[in-house]
Design a protein around this ligand. Structure first.
Ligand code: HPA
Length: 248
């Protein structure tokens, strides 16, 4: 048996899963970090692989970009294939001045402009989207052991990559402040497009989830890293994620 968007059979996917958006990155991680790798899906070219990291079965499932695509793959991973520990490994756009290109960031919380929270709770509460505390602590400790500096905090998970949140005359700007400036004032560190869905789906299913990012661009400083430059920093993030996902 498989699922609508994944041709894996039950049992092909490990309980521990890393979630890059990009299928090419999924292949890169499987090839460079895992042993005994088997590809279990290529539906829509959104690849998934299972292998072993330090002897422990781990899967790498690409998700595509944004909450709708991401939610399809993660829902099926949890509810069809039994995934229990899920760590997103992706890129984000830095917002806070203390963040620089290539920094590694762990999302302790995910704020969002998406309506997924509202739709889940009928608008009655603003549910806080949080990382699993155990995975978060382990990731911070593993980063320290690996000598990789990390920042930890709140991110904004947006539905649109292109929006007017940085515009003075944007719909949400007020009292001379853009929405981006207001978010930064409140400690939002970076922008990305999937973590809110991860934390909401994980909370609903009571599984463990964490989102780790490499800063690929800075939306305030207007800096962008070239794709080739990102490899080492991407590998740092993957090492932290793999060491964390295999711990019991
Ligand atoms: N915006 C949204 N998502 C992102 C960005 C960004 O600037 N960079 C990487 N993911």
């Amino acid at each position: 048996m498989s699922s609508p968007h994944n041709s894996a059979n039950i049992g092909d996917i490990a309980e521990r899963v890393l979630l890059p958006g990009d299928p090419v990155r999924a292949k890169f991680i499987a090839k460079n970090f895992l042993d005994d790798v088997k590809q279990y899906t290529e539906i829509r070219n959104v690849y998934g692989f299972t292998g072993k990291y330090k002897g422990v079965p781990v899967s790498i499932q690409a998700t595509g970009m944004g909450i709708p695509s991401f939610s399809i793959y993660v829902h099926e991973l949890i509810h069809v294939y039994g995934a229990k520990k899920l760590i997103r490994v992706g890129t984000c756009g830095g917002m806070h001045k203390d963040l620089n290109l290539r920094d590694v960031l762990i999302a302790q919380g995910a704020s969002t402009d998406s309506s997924i929270v509202e739709k889940t709770f009928g608008g009655a509460i603003n549910f806080s989207l949080l990382a699993n505390f155990d995975l978060l602590c382990k990731a911070v400790a593993n980063a320290k052991n690996l000598n990789i500096p990390v920042k930890v905090g709140n991110v904004i998970c947006t539905d649109r990559f292109y929006n007017d949140y940085g515009d003075k005359d944007g719909v949400y700007s007020s009292n001379g402040m853009t929405l981006d400036e207001k978010m930064i004032q409140h400690g939002i560190l970076a922008v990305e497009m999937e973590s809110a869905a991860l934390y909401l789906l994980a909370a609903a299913a009571q599984v463990e989830a964490l989102a780790i990012f490499t800063v690929s661009d800075h939306i305030v400083k207007k800096e962008y890293s070239a794709a080739e430059e990102r490899e080492k920093d991407f590998n740092d993030m993957v090492k932290i994620a793999l060491e964390t996902v295999i711990q019991s």
